[in-house]
Design a protein. Structure first.
Length: 121
């Protein structure tokens, strides 16, 4: 398992990805910081989910005492954070559609399939 990355570490990686993609602008810094914090929380949720056995469905007891099977709240949190992160990826021009929105040509390396530009080391 990889070492957890802090928000500061994520921010440096995101900025480097923006610079490599040719999309970085200093006014992106607040968005980069927000994305870094989202990714830090997403990573923490994923670690906790794995530590608890990666069980996608858990039993929860409601106020009236009935037990129901529900999606694991950690998995739901991870999915919500992933959706938020994707929104920021697009705004920062780190997806083909995001690049187009910024008026840049599509990245030719994207032809090999979708990739999370922040996970490649």
């Amino acid at each position: 398992m990889s070492n957890p990355r802090s928000a500061k570490g994520w921010a440096m990686k995101i900025r480097a990805a923006c610079e490599a993609a040719g999309t970085y602008q200093p006014y992106f810094d607040p968005s980069i910081q927000a994305l870094a914090e989202i990714l830090e929380k997403r990573e923490a949720a994923a670690r906790q989910y794995r530590a608890e056995g990666s069980i996608p469905v858990v039993e929860q007891t409601n106020k009236s005492g009935a037990t129901n099977k529900v999606k694991n709240p950690l998995l739901v949190l991870w999915m919500d954070l992933q959706a938020a992160a994707l929104s920021y990826y697009k705004e920062l021009g780190l997806t083909p559609g995001g690049r187009t929105k910024l008026g840049l040509p599509p990245d030719p390396s994207a032809a090999t399939g979708p990739k999370d530009p922040l996970f490649g080391d």
